[in-house]
Design a protein around this ligand. Structure first.
Ligand code: GDP
Length: 477
């Protein structure tokens, strides 16, 4: 796929001989009609101050390359936060309490709409919450390559301590490489024991600063409105350290947080803008769909004309319903939007046919030989705690120079949807002892191409892993 020097100049509004001179500087002798490949075209364009989407240019061919003038400097943006924790530990209550601090709440009759994300302006600073239900959504997005969350707030009730879903949340956040801030909630309760929470979390590599660790702990009571300000301040503190920046001058790009088909309005999607500014009338590509922004609504259901980085907006005017995690990109014109969407639909069909590229015990050796994997990651389930421990320590001992065996997450009880999504996003396999997955979980695993195996005895599983590592696993019929 190529573009001529003349065409490239025309697209950028730059004379061909200036491009020829630039190419000479790069050691390339070219004429006006000379064909340039993708890499050279992108290099030259960027020298003239254009940003080019490499990936998209490859999808649609260089003759249509998407040029946009590189914007100004990056400016700070608000942090994007996901609240996680065990059920009933107070996630919803904390979010509600934070919402009440929103100084923009009284603006022109706005009522918070449930669109999967919302933005709060507080005295301490602005924050954006992604409010998709459970860890599953967080990891499902990640399995699509989407990372929208800058920071996880881990809620742990001071009267209950670390529970199953607390550990699960930690593993999901850690697997995604997202920093964690701990909110020790319900300190108003008589049997509250915040010190115990600190001890339990320290054992999970989340030690508070006062104990020489690096994790910020905020003690609070969502019910009695204690510690909300401190929570908001600490969020800003961590955000400042992360130096979150984006360029509002560019064409917008972001990620779909939630999408649905609305009877009156057609396909609508909540898009969290990550770079640039979205405006009504913009042409865009989102997943396999395209469109033109017909209307934008903010999280209070009010129509707006534009939105910048870290702001969630509801977009109308999409040709279909995209999936959570899909990338949203504003492009130059309708033709480009349609072409990219079309190219993606074709590619999706191809890769559906060629499915099965995930890590499995059957393909482990092959992938090891190709240098594709260095780690065999396992999500582990068993009926009893003792089995978990025995298997985990035996399995980790199987590690060799070439491949490290790593337990990503473990728990008693049967496999869950969330296990499958974690495995899918992290290229892991699932092993269970004396547990049987439900039909629904099995179906999800096969859809996500996750290798899920059940065993009755530990050494059978260890044998299979050993065999897989040396490429001698008997085929499973
Ligand atoms: P979620 O499941 O994590 O979203 O938890 P909720 O926010 O729904 O809270 C579960 C229960 O705990 C509710 O009955 C809340 O009223 C209660 N709760 C939440 N925060 C506090 C708190 O700080 N102190 C006390 N005593 N109760 C709380």
């Amino acid at each position: 796929e190529t573009i001529s020097v003349g065409d490239l100049g025309h697209r950028m509004g730059i004379k061909a001989n200036e491009i020829i001179a630039k190419l000479m500087g790069l050691g390339v002798m070219a004429t006006v009609n000379q064909a340039l490949d993708v890499d050279t075209a992108i290099l030259v364009a960027s020298d003239f101050g254009y940003d080019v989407e490499q990936a998209m240019t490859e999808e649609i061919g260089v003759e249509q390359l998407d040029l946009q003038e590189a914007g100004g400097v990056a400016v700070s943006r608000s942090p994007v936060i996901t609240v996680m924790g065990h059920v009933d530990h107070g996630k919803t209550s904390i979010l509600d309490a934070i919402r009440k601090t929103d100084v923009a709440d009284g603006e022109a009759g706005g009522i918070t709409q449930h669109i999967g994300a919302y933005h709060v302006k507080s005295e301490a600073g602005d924050v954006t919450f992604v409010d998709t239900p459970g860890h599953a959504a967080f990891t499902e997005m990640r399995s699509r390559g989407a990372q929208v969350t800058d920071l996880v707030i881990l809620v742990v009730a001071a009267d209950d301590g670390v529970m199953e879903q607390t550990r699960e949340a930690i593993h999901h956040a850690q697997a995604a490489g997202v920093p964690i801030l701990v909110a020790v909630n319900k300190i108003d309760k008589d049997n509250a024991d915040p010190e115990r929470v600190k001890r339990e979390l320290s054992d999970l590599d989340l030690a508070p600063e006062e104990w020489g660790g690096q994790t910020i702990f905020v003690e609070m009571s969502a019910k009695n409105n204690i510690g909300i300000d401190s929570l908001m301040e600490n969020i800003q503190l961590m955000a400042e350290m992360m130096e979150l920046k984006a360029d509002p001058e560019r064409k917008a790009r972001g990620r779909v947080v939630e999408a649905k088909l609305d009877k009156g309005r057609g396909a609508v999607a909540t898009v969290l803008i990550q770079e640039g500014t979205i405006r009504t009338g913009d042409h865009f590509v989102v997943g396999q769909f395209s469109g033109k922004v017909r209307a934008l609504l903010n999280d209070k259901g009010m129509p707006i004309k534009s939105a910048g980085p870290s702001i969630p907006v509801e977009v109308q005017g999409i040709t279909g319903v995209p999936s959570a995690g899909d990338e949203f990109v504003v492009v130059t014109d309708e033709k480009m939007a349609k072409n990219v969407a079309q190219a993606r639909t074709l590619k999706a069909r191809e890769s559906e046919l060629a499915a099965g590229s995930k890590v499995s015990l059957d393909t482990l050796f092959e992938k090891l030989s190709e240098g594709d994997v260095q780690e065999l990651r396992i999500v582990l389930r068993a009926d009893v705690q003792g089995t978990l421990e025995a298997f985990a320590s035996a399995a980790e001992k199987l590690s060799t120079e070439e491949v490290k065996v790593k337990i990503l997450h473990e728990g008693t009880g049967t496999m869950t949807d969330s296990d499958v999504l974690l495995a899918s996003a992290s290229e892991a396999i699932i092993i269970g002892f004396n547990v049987r997955p439900s039909g629904k979980v099995k179906e999800l695993a096969s859809r996500e191409n996750v290798d899920m195996r059940t065993y009755d005895v530990i050494y059978h599983a260890l044998d299979d892993i050993t065999a897989a590592m040396v490429g001698m696993l008997a085929p499973d019929f």
